[in-house]
Design a protein around this ligand. Sequence first.
Ligand code: SER
Length: 317
Amino acid sequence: MKKIMVIGASGQIGTELVVALREQFGHENVVASDVKDTVKEALKGGPYEQVDVMDNEALKAAVNKHAITEIYLLAALLSGTAEKHPEFAWKLNMEGLFNVLNLAKDKVIKKVFWPSSIAVFGPNTPKNNTPQYTIMEPSTVYGISKLAGERWCEYYAKQYDVDVRSIRYPGLISYTSLPGGGTTDYAVDIFYSAKRNEKYSCFLTEKTALPMMYMEDAIRATISLMEAPRDTIKIKSSYNLGGISFTPEEIYAEIKKSKPDFEIEYTPDFRQKIADSWPSSIDDTDAQNDWGWKGKYNLEKLCKIMLENVLDTGINV
Ligand code: SER
């Protein structure tokens, strides 16, 4: 019997992942969990546990109470916020992972999903079509924690036979829940300004290309990776996932097709340096070959859906 817990359920990915998992596996079989004590509207369709993932005893108690078999661990500080709170970011991003990996090592749970990021790459990584295996010298606290986490995932998989699966997410774009503190967040924020008929002040320069993905693709990738037969998952650290690559100038041009009066200005801040250290595009051949990954959304489709829905439907920040 599959019983899933999503930790960090109130976040940008968690909110949509919980809804998708509940639809697929039954509302009672997916426990949403977060450090927050107020439950978001979108998460009210099933069980909720308030848990701090760094509190190992509380985590174990919640896992035992619901006889959890799989954990999706999404609680983390993103790149921008992590630069402001380096020690806390390292603590949260690593302790949470160890607590969950140890539950799998001790056979309390059977499977773990843990997200990595394009942030594991650094300024010396080839920028275009970045391969799965390449130079990885992240220069951000977030990237360092994600790369260390990947190494630990592989270590637990090989030494302790833990079934842990991971994706290096690109920047994720969605309208149901806001991202918090990431470098790719501009590609979400821009739609709110466009919809409000306000000028958008972009914190990256117009030519900064980054890999991005519409949330529905990311959720489908995550669940198909977790549902794939174990012997097909050859990469135990984390899979590259490409999505689409574009610059602020390109997404602005696409939005302008529906909103001709929309204006933008470029006011790069500290996140420019972070973005400059990341790839522009990603080679995800291994994900395609090993578990059949294929994205559905291009920039045009993504902009259309975002403009239709931002501030109108499903807003549940
Ligand atoms: N979207 C994340 C960030 O910008 C990257 O994983 O921090």
